[in-house]
Structure formats: structure tokens, C-alpha cells
Design a protein around this ligand. Sequence first.
Ligand SMILES: Nc1ncnc2c1ncn2[C@@H]1O[C@H](COP(=O)(O)OP(=O)(O)O)[C@@H](O)[C@H]1O
Ligand SMILES: Nc1ccn([C@@H]2O[C@H](COP(=O)(O)OP(=O)(O)O)[C@@H](O)[C@H]2O)c(=O)n1
Length: 653
Amino acid sequence: MGVTKKQAFIDLPAVCSAGGVVRLPGSKSLSNRLLLLSALSAGETEISGLLASDDTARMLDALRILGVRIEPQGVSGVRVQGVGGRFPVRKAALFLGNAGTAFRSLTAVLALAGGDYTLSGVPRMHERPIGDLVDGLRRLGAHIDYLGNENYPPLAIRPGTVRPGGCVQIRGDVSSQFLSGLLMALPLGGVETAVEVTGELISRPYVEMTLAVMARFGVEVIREGGRRFVVPAGSAYRSPGRVRVEGDASSASYFLALGALGGGPVRVEGVGADSVQGDVRFAEALAQMGARIDVGDRAITARAPASGRLHGIDLDANAIPDAAMTLATTALFAEGETTLRNIASWRVKETDRIAAMAAELKKLGATVDAGADWLRIHPPSGGLSSPPEGVDTYEDHRMAMCFSLAAFGAPVRINDPGCVAKTFPDYFARFAEVTQAVPVIAIDGPSASGKGTVAARVATALGWHYLDSGALYRLTALAAQRAGVTWDDEQALAVIAARLNVRFDSDSVWLAGEPVSAAIRSEVISAGASQVAAWPAVRAALLFRQRLFRRAPGLVTDGRDMGSVVFPDAQTKIFLTARVEVRAQRRYQQLRENGMSASIQPILQDLRERDERDSQRPVAPLRQSEEACLLDTSDLTIEQAVEKVLAWHGEAV
Ligand SMILES: Nc1ncnc2c1ncn2[C@@H]1O[C@H](COP(=O)(O)OP(=O)(O)O)[C@@H](O)[C@H]1O
Ligand SMILES: Nc1ccn([C@@H]2O[C@H](COP(=O)(O)OP(=O)(O)O)[C@@H](O)[C@H]2O)c(=O)n1
């Protein structure tokens, strides 16, 4: 289930359980810090386990433009020739996308480097504040101009009369990356410089990570209390030779939550008790919600609570701002409400994450309250409702990954899933590997072969849900007829299909509150259904609607393209058919039993025409796929046909 960058959406099937092992991609925060310090240090550094993603690509591009030699090594490694504190290229324009780690740290480093540089990013990067960092750097004598709005990127840096030394103040309450960037830049000055944080210092663990990485490269920052950091005179980065990037602790959060929600155990490999990443503490928050967590040195395992259900918590999430987003969607399935506090930094990330999270959680049926720096989630009382227009992701990788968890309650459509490339390009493939989707038996075949009859009985035998997909095309034809829309008006039909107000209960179908089971089976509507079904826009409009029927414990469905298009991952696929004369006879009898007048010849004629139309149309034609088992019911009773399907399914499980 990979995604491409331009893909409009991905439909995740409802998930019933999760378990397995995930080898985590490298940490984004560590990858970019290690790249920068390897570039600045004296000597050559081999970095292994580097994250391959948009954000690290931006840092790599920038460093190469600045004249740093970086060669790939093995699958996920690089060899960096350090420049010993002085970039060979003294004039360059750098584009840093939406990579906050790269933007803030390079601003600080280049401001002290004494060259002419411009730094820009995507439009959202230009809405993310950087004024506090620029102020701090200007106090050191750096020359930085805003090229757009005051306090925001893009920036122009010119050689200033930089005088490190003394004490520089910097605010800590907007982004800890300002402090991290400044600290990483200061060893370039060579003299003792103190940094004092004013205001609260948020996301402190990221600062600890910065200090740990600097220490690895030979620079020991002295801490004086919690707010004063001194970079000693004579500090200079020296390559440690080889470094390995830990797995990404923020990325681990999705899989740990999967384990906690889906039974588990889910084991994430690459981070553990000795991690320098603050987000490993996400596991503690999950434990507070009731999950059973085991933290090893290099792996963490999560399982559901013995009681089966998590419970809501009230948490100061300041130390784990990124991973805390995962708690917000986990909270959809917890008992009671969850409150996340002290998360003002969410408002200046890839998007305003408090607003985005609140809006999308509401679409799923949750009640959400939000303030300047907090969010409270009350889970939906009547189960999750899945919006047909999909969950929006705001070009924010974490929104996309967080909302994949909603699949525990319902199938979910995630818009612009390619945004995960920022930190985790193959996220959805990994997600599919450790989750078990609700099973589907897909039965396709021509008209009157007995698909509907067999599918409904198989569903009853298994206690599963049943979807008669043909009914949706019939309903579209009927609703169009009633609205005065002709069956050749593709766009108008698609609008009708998207807005169908239908309800299925055990023995009737309702359109806008009116029973229409008989009306949709008339000969006229049968012909209309196969006409409207030929339009791609109609099929697209009904796609997610059909997928929404996939709910635990399972779905049996019949139609023309159930196994090929709508549920390509169905466990059991059957192509059910019968000789056309047998089918005509069955339909004839069916109509007579339902009190309608009928004669064989026109039915036979109609079946031949529909077979032709359904199998010749360019979109989702009726065809037996290679994986489908062929079931010819011409000489079988209904019971024999049902037995056969159940037996095949038994083998498939
Ligand atoms: N062996 C059989 N398998 C399935 N249906 C059969 C069989 N024999 C007779 N029928 C009858 O055929 C008729 C058409 O079946 P239906 O399920 O409506 O077909 P479809 O959904 O493929 O159009 C029903 O009245 C059904 O009872
Ligand atoms: N998955 C599906 C189901 C039905 N259809 C169309 O919808 C029409 C009615 O479907 P149905 O399954 O109720 O038809 P019968 O097989 O019962 O005649 C068919 O003639 C098909 O053209 C489709 O295109 N794709």
C-alpha cells in the first residue's frame, strides 16, 4: 500500500487488530543534526541509518550547495567530508522546503559563517516565525535581513561583524529550535559564549538531543541551571568517525499506538531506554492510558490493556509535542476524555496543528474543545463516522500518520497521503504490514448468476455484513430518474451518486426515507443501472461509499468489480456465473415470484445486452480476474453454491 506524492487520497480499510515488528526509519531530528555537525567538523564522518525523506533531502542539498562533499554509502548511509568550520561556497541561495530543523540551524550557522546567503522555503515555512533567533544572532553582530515579512523567512544573510562572546539571550517559548540552532553555531566563533533562555523553554528534550550530539562531536556545553548554556572557548567540532542514527521516536508513536489499540504486541526496533530523543517518553503517556509497554535498550513493545480498552488522560505534553499528536487520535478510542496541555508550539508547526487536529477529529464525530495551548477530545459516542470527503492533512505528515489510527473505528480516506514523505515515505506500507484489515469475500459475476443470493447467505452464515453493490448503481439510476437527470449526464449523475441518501436494513432499501426495494428491481431501472455504471465519475463517486461497508467482523459483497477495484485486497475472490439460459430462467422465476409479469425471451435478450455492456465498458469491466475462483452455478443448488464459497473461504483464511 505505497503512496505517490501526487496521489489525491488513500482509503484505509477498517482494521481489526495489529501486531508485528517495525524497524523504524532513522530519526529526522538526529539525521539533520548529525549531517550538519559532520559537515562543520574536521575530518570525515560516516553516518549510517540516515533517514531518507524530504526534510533530510533538503539538508543534504543545502550542504552540497555549500560545498560539502557527501557521498552515499550502503543503503542508508553517507560519508561526509567535514569542512572544519568554514564552508567553501561563500555565496549561495538555499531552498529548505518546510524543514524546520534545517532552516533554523542553517540560519544560525550561516549567520556566523561570514558569507552571502539567502534561505527560503515553501509558503508555509514563510509563515513560521524565526524572529527570536534572528534577534539573538543580531546581538552577536550577524547581518540578517527579512526578504518578506518582518520576523519570518525568507532571509538574506550577509557577512556581519560577528563578535561571539559574552552572553546572548534568546527566547525559548516559541520553538526550541532557536536555542538548538544557536548552540550548534556558536563553536564556529571559537570564544566562550553564554546563551541565556528567556521565557519558558519548551520542548526541552530536543535541546538535550542537541547537546548530546554536540558532545559526540567534541563540544561539551556547560549547563548553568536550567536556562544558561555556555559554549567554552576553543570549542571545535571533531568527527567521531562513525555515527549511527537512532530510529525515529516520533515515528515510533504511531506503531506503539497501533499495538495499544489493536491488541499487539507491536514491537518497534531502533529506539529504546537509552535514546537521546525525548519522544520515547510517548510510551509513558500510552502506559498512562492503560497500554502495556515494555521498554528495552533498543526496542519498545506495546500491547492493549488487559481490560482491552484505553482510558483518557490529562497530560502536560510540552516535552513531547510531536508524538503527543498521536495521543489525540488514540484518544478517539479511549474511555473518557483526553486533555493535552502546554502545546502552544503546535500552532507554528507544518500547519496550525491545534486547529487542524480539532477540525479533523470533529469530522470523525469527536467533540473537541481547544484553546491557545490545549486540546480536549471527547470520543464519539456512537462510534466513528468516516467523512466521505476524507480527512484533510494540511501538508502535514503527522496529520496523515495520526489519522491512520482512525481505521480502528471505520474505513478512512486520507487526503494527500504523499505528505508523509517529509519524514516517513513508506509509512502506509508499514502500516499495512502490522495491521489486519477487516476481511472481505468479494463475489463478482454477470447478472442473475445468483451472486446476491449466495453472498447474502454466506454473510448470514458467518455473521458478517453484506453489501449489494449493484443496489447503489440501481439507486443512482432511480434517484436520477426522479430528479429529471438523464442517464447520459455523467457529471450530474456523479453528484447524485455522491449525495445518495440511502439506508439498507435487513430486508429493505430506502431512498430519502422511502422504501424502494421493488422500484430498483424494475426492468427500466435495471437497464438504467447498467448505463449509469458505465460512467467513470459515477464509479468514482461510489467507491468510498462501498468501502465504508467494510466493518468488523467482515464483509461479503457482490457486484462486478468487488475483487478487482473496490476491495483488491479481499481475502477470498469468487467469480460466480451460470449459463445465460439458466440465468434468464432464474430471473424469469424471480420476477414472477415477486408478482411481476415477465417472459423469457426479452429477459434473455436483456441479459445478453447487459453482459455485453458490463464486460465491454472501459472502466471496471466485468471479467474474471486471475486470483478469483470460478464458480459455475448452472447445475448447483443455492446451498451447494454457498457451501462451496464457505469452503474456499475456509481455505483462504
Ligand atoms: N444455484 C443457484 N445459485 C444462486 N442463485 C440461484 C441458484 N439457483 C437459483 N437461483 C436463483 O437465481 C435468482 C437470481 O439470483 P440473484 O442473487 O438475484 O442474482 P444476481 O445477484 O447475480 O443478479 C434468485 O432468485 C436465486 O434464488
Ligand atoms: N459492482 C458493480 C455492481 C453493479 N454494477 C452495475 O449495476 C447494474 C446492476 O447491478 P446488480 O448487481 O444489481 O444487477 P444484477 O446482477 O442483479 O442484474 C449492473 O448491470 C452493472 O452494470 C456495476 O457496474 N458494478
